[in-house]
Design a protein. Structure first.
Ligand SMILES: [Zn+2]
Length: 59
């Protein structure tokens, strides 16, 4: 689950086996960006599907 500090939204992170494979090839982390309308939530996720870092970007 990811948490957006900007809009207080909790949501499931959509990721695939391909993302996991990518993580394993890149030091164990992959990045997902979620579109929240006026801002983006960027997530660093490890190969267990746990969020390591959440960053909010303003548009
Ligand atoms: Zn948000």
């Amino acid at each position: 689950m990811s948490y957006c500090e900007k809009c207080k939204r909790l949501e499931m992170i959509p990721f695939s086996q391909e993302d996991i494979n990518h993580a394993l090839e890149n030091g164990g982390l992959f990045t997902k960006s979620l579109d929240h309308g006026d801002h983006m939530l960027s997530l660093k996720i490890d190969c267990n599907g746990s969020v390591r870092r959440e960053t909010v970007f303003q548009r």
